[in-house]
Write a protein that binds this ligand. Structure first.
Ligand code: NAG
Ligand code: NAG
Length: 425
């Protein structure tokens, strides 16, 4: 009221506004052009790995025979203030074979997104291999609602379009960190059937049946510009009987075939379930589980694990505990591939960098593809910018973590274990 009155009574007001508006317009235009320039440069580009002599790297072709390592497609999501955390995670899971798409949601500012795209542009390796992209478009996401599921499906669709090479789609948040090198992970997955889906699930809904599935929620992040909290309706609905609900960990490793089924399969189930889960809280914990376990052609491809090390309080809260140095040993012993959640720059991450990833402060994780420099200088860690001359992206060198993961995966996919844990009702 006060403002309106002032505007109306102050004859200089509209005049000043008029005077300033062209400048604001120009400023917005310049800023928008700049944002588009930076982000599109990083986003709108195609082509597989190519020789990049100007950058001093000669990159061989990506081989994809049955004996060659697979290719992972990493979807890394974060929110305001998490740009640096995401960049660190990206470097920790970096390998030139893989694809990476990063998304900062509407909790971040335009400047943060520009800075992230710029940081990625400024890395010689990322420019040379052209396998890191930032989603230029930002939209609202609520991590407890269906909007995070929609964002994940967006990431999956972008990945399908960006590259025909990848085998598995891996979801990570800025609070995750790898506890083995990409060489370890690629090595273990080389010998696995490419149709497996690592997806933790159960049909035992327990308290969730009423609290999650009978309750109806609305996620304003689906239709508002800003990240907003879920609205919980007082009404309830029946537990579905047209399909069986499965629930589990929201962190998944999905095969390309299953991702294709969810994004553009001709079966109606993925679409129908997407609409059902639009009113379910924590739908990321149930969507992929329910789709896969109700799809006869994919049911037998599930491995009941998320391959993550996560610690819950007792009794468990809604979010897992933050991990620190005290969990280091248990984390390694778990034989998992990733762990969460970590605070930004927690000292335990430095320990993982040093002991496992052999990653220097601004470098990428160790990989055989960039091992020459390690040998030459007798260094214990790798600077991101030191890989020179010929780079072989088709050979990986597993370390001790690979043996641990391999023993875990072999247990999980052994005949007795695999079938008895698949979509049990
Ligand atoms: C999946 O496994 C079950 C039980 O082992 C079997 O009866 C069924 O035919 C399999 N489905 C497919 C599509 O292979
Ligand atoms: C790690 O976290 C736990 C609780 O989450 C806490 O009790 C412990 O003191 C922490 N340890 C260190 C080394 O910070």
């Amino acid at each position: 009221m006060q403002n309106k009155k002032n505007l109306n009574s102050d004859s200089g007001g509209p005049m000043r506004l008029l005077k300033f508006s062209p400048w604001i317009g120009i400023l917005v235009f310049v800023l928008a052009a700049f944002i588009f320039g930076v982000i599109s440069h990083s986003f709108l580009r195609g082509g597989a790995s190519v020789a990049d002599q100007k950058l001093g790297l000669v990159v061989g072709p990506l081989l994809k025979g049955p004996a060659d390592p697979p290719v992972f497609a990493y979807w890394i999501s974060g929110t305001g203030g998490e740009g640096q955390k995401m960049l660190r995670l990206l470097k920790a899971v970096y390998h030139p074979r893989n694809r990476y798409v990063l998304h900062l949601d509407a909790g971040s500012s335009a400047l943060e997104r520009i800075n992230l795209a710029r940081s990625i542009q400024s890395e010689r390796l990322f420019r040379a291999f052209r396998n890191v992209d930032v989603i230029g478009q930002s939209y609202a996401v609520d991590r407890t609602g269906p909007s995070i599921l929609s964002a994940t499906l967006h990431g999956a669709a972008v990945m399908l379009r960006l590259s025909a090479d990848w085998d598995w789609f891996i979801t990570l948040s800025s609070s995750d960190y790898p506890i083995m090198t990409q060489d370890d992970l690629l090595h273990v997955f080389t010998s696995l059937p490419r149709n497996l889906n690592f997806i933790d699930h159960t049909s035992d809904l327990g308290w969730k049946e009423y609290d999650r599935f009978d309750k109806i929620v609305v996620d304003p992040s689906l239709y508002m510009d800003k990240n907003s909290q879920l609205l919980i309706s007082s009404g309830t609905r029946k537990t579905p009987d047209a399909f069986r609900i499965f629930t589990g960990s929201p962190w998944v490793i999905l095969s390309r075939a299953f991702v294709g089924h969810c994004i553009h399969g001709s079966d109606n189930l993925p679409r129908k379930l997407l609409m059902y889960f639009a009113n379910v809280a924590y739908s990321m914990e149930s969507y992929f589980q329910t789709v896969i376990c109700n799809s006869p052609e994919f049911q037998n491809t599930t491995v009941n694990t998320d391959l993550r090390y996560i610690v819950w309080n007792n009794p468990p809260g809604l979010e897992p505990l933050f991990l620190n140095q005290s969990y280091y040993k248990a984390m390694i012993k778990s034989r998992a591939a990733f762990a969460r959640k970590f605070m930004e720059d927690d000292p335990v991450l430095k320990k993982v960098d040093k002991k496992i990833l052999k990653r220097a402060q601004n470098g990428v994780g160790f990989g055989q593809w960039c091992s020459a420099q390690l040998k030459n200088k007798g260094e214990k860690t790798l600077e991101g910018d030191t890989c020179s001359s010929g780079v072989d992206i088709n050979t990986v060198k597993p370390g001790p973590s690979a043996a641990r993961l391999k023993s875990l995966v072999l247990e999980l996919i052994s005949e007795e274990s695999l079938f008895s844990n698949q979509c049990k009702v």
